[in-house]
Design a protein around this ligand. Structure first.
Ligand SMILES: [Zn+2]
Length: 149
């Protein structure tokens, strides 16, 4: 059975920093990659973002990645004891909402992060869950990692 939408999503502050840097470096082109972290039943913790090269022929409005690079990144994630939780991609021209293309093409039953640049140089991140009924906003909190004994 595929995972169901997380009840709670906690995001490490570093993930947002790394995503913001990727959006800025991408300039007018979309950037994207894997969202990585831990699943404790339906409470998920996002701990990392791993960028993938954008191979789209229209990179200003699309994000496409190499499936082999994706599989290798997932394997690397699992070797580190983490789980692949979904994808994030940017909207260099905003907004931080799923586009018509996203609503049709987003992979189902995984987290979808959208990072949108604002005109002042800052950016906004939203998270979504796609299933057969559409894309649903996933609220999140930004919290630093808990240290466990
Ligand atoms: Zn999009």
């Amino acid at each position: 059975m595929p995972p169901s939408q997380p009840r709670a999503l906690a995001v490490e502050p570093a993930v947002l920093t790394i995503l913001g840097d990727a959006v800025r470096l991408g300039g007018q082109c979309e950037v994207g990659g894997l969202l990585v972290g831990r699943r404790d039943d339906d409470a998920w913790r996002l701990t990392a973002f791993a960028a993938l090269d954008n191979l789209a022929t229209e990179p200003r409005s699309r994000f496409r990645f190499d499936p082999i690079a994706f599989a290798q990144a997932v394997a690397q994630t699992e070797r580190r004891g983490l789980s692949w939780l979904g994808f994030a991609h940017s909207h260099p021209h905003g907004p931080a909402q799923p586009s018509a293309i996203d609503r049709v093409e987003a992979w189902r039953h995984c987290l979808q992060g959208i990072a949108a640049a604002r005109t002042d140089g800052s950016f906004e991140v939203t998270f979504w869950w796609a299933d057969e009924y559409g894309m649903h906003r996933v609220p999140f909190t930004v919290t630093a990692m808990e240290l466990r004994p």
